[in-house]
Write a protein that binds this ligand. Structure first.
Ligand code: SAM
Length: 315
């Protein structure tokens, strides 16, 4: 029997290390057979949003739907989102959760998401359906390892490529500020080029996980701060940052004035927001700077809104 599933084409020489990488990230579809195609192998993946390891960053690794042969006539587990060893199911179904746990060896816990994102800390409520009683797991993104706790602090793997885009824009030695850092995915990704990164969050649980992640990744140029982004201009030197990250899409508009007071002339602010129309925030941003402003869609958020980023040059 063949099954139509997302697949990724990688050179055969990288096949074994990529297979292990997919397995470790829980992105592998164990019940489908990889396809051998000349110089390439096509691996079946659980979704289309796969973060490539550095060694494949320059390869022409196509992700699209392929027809894979089934290893056995096993039924597909229920729909779920994977983060590290945790699967999150929308359905509150214990027997499906048990089946999912058995069919994916990399999963240690299946959670049911019981609320939308809420509160200042932007977290959700979860209930354990199967496996280990925890909301904590380990997640690898572009060779960086993160300890996350979904019930304690916000984390989304969906911005993995966006973090790499910002890293590519950076010059060596930049001074960076992440005003709403969560468990630290931006600072840890950007630390490779920065001289120093100040990383703040109002959630003590997030800052604790940030410190743990700095330790795990042996990152020694990030200064964690338990701080309200609104207060930063009273604490940090004015006009002293080459780059400022503001990823709190619902409310970061409130921090714009602070961000502009902290950015150097010629520095860049990456301002993330939710919007319904292209260019929606431009009139507001033009009130702060006459510098160049580039706008990009990061991902779609709902049928009417998308997550956008404005790269703003401060003047
Ligand atoms: N930048 C991180 C990322 O990309 O994963 C986290 C983004 S999350 C959407 C927003 C974060 O802002 C949360 O961790 C929340 O605790 C934090 N936050 C909310 N209000 C804040 C404030 N006034 N000052 C500092 N951090 C705040």
């Amino acid at each position: 029997m063949t099954v139509s599933q997302w697949g990724i084409k990688v050179p055969k020489s990288k096949g074994e290390s990529f297979r292990r990488y997919l397995l470790a990230n829980g992105d592998w579809c164990p019940n489908l057979k990889p396809i051998s195609n000349g110089e390439y192998l096509v691996f079946p993946t659980v979704s289309e949003s796969i973060t490539l390891p550095d060694e494949l960053a320059d390869c022409d690794c196509d992700i699209k739907k392929y027809e894979f042969e089934s290893r056995a006539a096993v039924r597909e587990p229920a729909r779920h989102e994977l983060i590290g060893g945790i699967a999150i199911m929308q359905d509150d179904d214990v027997s499906e959760a048990e089946y999912l746990l058995k069919s994916r060896p990399s999963i240690h816990t299946v959670l049911h998401c019981e609320s939308p994102v809420f509160g200042e800390y932007r977290i959700k409520k979860f209930r354990v359906l199967a496996g280990k009683e925890t909301t904590r797991t380990s997640y690898i993104e572009y060779n960086n390892r993160f300890t996350i706790d979904l019930a304690v602090a916000y984390f989304s793997a969906r911005l993995a490529n966006e973090r790499q885009r910002v890293l590519r824009l950076m010059k060596d030695g930049e001074r960076v500020l992440d005003m709403v850092t969560g468990v630290g995915p931006f600072p840890i990704a950007l630390s490779k080029k920065a001289s120093v990164i100040y990383a703040g969050d109002i959630n003590p649980g997030a800052v604790e996980l940030l410190c743990e992640n700095l330790r795990i990744n042996r990152t020694d140029n990030v200064i964690p701060m338990l701080a309200d982004a609104l207060d930063l201009s009273g604490v940090l030197p004015p006009h002293s940052f080459d780059r400022i990250i503001m990823n709190l899409p619902m409310t970061s508009t409130a921090f714009l004035e602070t961000a502009f007071s902290l950015a150097k002339k010629g520095g860049v602010i990456h301002y993330y927001t939710l919007q319904s129309e292209k260019g929606e925030m431009l009139p507001l941003l033009r009130g702060f700077t006459a510098g160049k402003i580039d706008e990009r869609v990061v991902r779609s958020y709902s049928p009417t809104q998308h997550h956008a980023v404005y790269d703003i040059v401060c003047e």
